[in-house]
Ligand binder design. Structure first.
Ligand code: CS2
Length: 507
């Protein structure tokens, strides 16, 4: 990339709007997703209807985005990428940015500031300090324990709780805390974790803030959707060619975008509906639809693809076996578990998903989707699996997803899942490796992961048949290859579907 180009900044944009100050939104988690989703909606909402809705962006640890934003007048490009075309926009909506790890006390002060009316979050499934086993706040987590003892908080939940305490003391202005992460009932989940933190404080310390929460703080749920891969040097070079400017932090994104939000904003909100967001009482249904059909199937595509040597999601879904497995899990195992929101055509939604996954220009990596599986799968797999098991059916493709995950993250001795699996990060990697090192075979590994680590919660752990099926498929993957396991799972699920149809026809 040429470094002689002028750097993106206000002076080289013709009519860059100015982000409204003081900012009304504090955002925790300044990653790519926020910058290609909520920022874009907010910039468009301000453009259409005004309002003091500038955003102060808080990165958790890394300085990269914050330093670049500061050097670029808080501007960056969103590159909307479809196979035939890349188009650039510059959402001008941030008024400031800082790093929480460097200025932890400032996070608390900003949450408490009366100018802030909404705190939004994209900290990933892994950023909520909850135990996948229990879904409760992980009180054994070292950061949570330190945050409970006092001092400037380091965990997101600690930052919210301490910020809300300070806000209650400072006058108790109304506030909405809006989670934009792929968690079921993300608003209620966030509220529960914040309250659990406060209840763990000594004595009556939490009483005033709990009363304030009851009176003036809302935690709306929202379903967010846009595929946003990680930024690469190729993208930086492409954006430089198209814009004639140097931008260190452009964000790639697909054309599709969706946001469904519960309209409970105690301190007011931007006119996000003017930017295409849907305000609805059915957010729970939208979340289920998205977290299971899109994200759940995405996990299957990522793990099986990685095992087959695919670097990207489009390369993986282009393999006919993987496409077949994806269709089978989507239709046969995820779809029956969701209540489709009114007005959504599930067939059209599904066929659009396949087009979105096939967007090869986007280069979305299997290792990115496969990262943090221990927290992501907890959101995607247990409910649909339990539903099938309760109906007497084995969810073969959900079992295959878990088998793919464990083959990538906890390979048994002698099995090499390849470089894309090796590139997947996961908070449970060490515990998984310990189990894999001593397990005799796939069955033992799956049983121990489900019943000792409770990676998919406690309820599914009671279903030995599920763990056995996962184990069987792990052994098929390592002995006969991924395609053999896919063929086995797909055939078994078709057979089960035929049996059910025949029984249905008989009864
Ligand atoms: C993906 C999501 O990484 C993952 O687990 O399934 O990030 C997905 O791309 C987004 O949720 C799309 O909205």
């Amino acid at each position: 990339m040429s470094t002689d180009l002028p750097r993106l900044g206000r002076q080289n944009l013709d009519a860059a709007p100015t982000a409204p100050r003081p900012a009304g939104i504090l955002h925790l988690g300044l990653g790519s997703f926020h910058r290609a989703h909520q920022s874009v909606y907010t910039a468009a909402a301000i453009g259409a209807a005004g309002g003091d809705w500038g955003i102060i962006g808080v990165a958790s640890r890394s300085r990269t985005v914050v330093d670049a934003l500061r050097a670029q007048d808080f501007l960056y490009h969103v590159a909307t990428i479809s196979p035939g075309e890349t188009s650039l926009t510059v959402p001008a909506v941030h008024t400031d940015a800082f790093v929480a790890a460097d200025e932890p006390a400032r996070v608390v002060a900003e949450v408490a500031s009366a100018a802030i009316k909404i705190v939004t979050l994209t900290v990933t499934e892994n950023g909520y300090s909850y135990s996948p086993a229990t879904q409760h706040l992980d009180l054994d987590d070292a950061t949570i324990r330190a945050d409970l003892r006092g001092g400037a908080p380091r965990s997101t939940i600690g930052q919210l709780a301490r910020g809300l305490q300070a806000r209650a003391t400072a006058g108790g202005e109304p506030l909405a805390v809006l989670s934009c992460d792929n968690l079921a009932a993300n608003g209620a989940h966030t509220e529960k974790l914040v309250r659990e933190f406060l209840h763990a404080l000594p004595g009556t310390e939490a009483d005033p803030v709990l009363a304030y929460l009851d009176a003036a703080v809302t935690f709306p749920s929202s379903m967010v959707d846009r595929i946003v891969p990680a930024t690469t040097d190729d993208l930086r070079a492409h954006v430089a060619r198209l814009s004639g400017l140097r931008d260190d932090i452009p964000v790639p994104a697909e054309p599709f975008t969706m946001w469904a939000i519960e309209d409970r904003f105690a301190g007011g909100r931007p006119a996000w509906e003017r930017a295409g967001a849907v305000f609805t009482d059915e957010v729970g249904r939208y979340e289920q639809l998205k977290v299971r059909l899109l994200n759940g199937t995405h996990s299957l595509i990522a793990y099986l693809g990685a095992l087959r040597g695919a670097a990207t999601i489009p390369a993986s879904i282009a393999m006919p076996e993987i496409e077949e497995a994806a269709r089978a899990v989507l239709r046969g195992e995820y779809e029956p578990s969701v209540e489709v929101p009114n007005g959504v055509d599930v067939r059209a939604y599904e066929s659009e998903l396949f087009q979105r996954w096939a967007n090869s220009a986007l280069g979305h990596r299997t290792s990115q989707v496969g990262t943090d599986g221990s927290v992501k799968l907890r959101q995607r797999i247990p409910e649909p699996a339990l539903r099938a098991l309760a109906a007497g059916q084995m969810p073969h493709l959900l079992a295959l997803t878990v088998a793919g995950y464990l083959s990538c993250l906890a390979p048994l001795p002698g099995f090499d899942p390849g470089p894309h699996a090796a590139a997947m990060a996961d908070p449970a990697r060490d515990s998984l490796a310990r189990l894999a090192a001593t397990a005799r075979d796939g069955r033992e590994l799956a049983a121990r992961v489900l019943t000792e680590l409770h990676l998919l919660g406690t309820e599914l752990a009671h279903h030995d048949v599920f763990a056995e099926r996962v184990g069987e498929l792990i052994d098929t993957i390592r002995r006969q290859g991924t395609d053999a396991a896919i063929a086995d799972a797909v055939a078994a699920s078709l057979e089960a579907a035929t049996d059910t149809t025949t029984q249905g026809a008989r009864s």
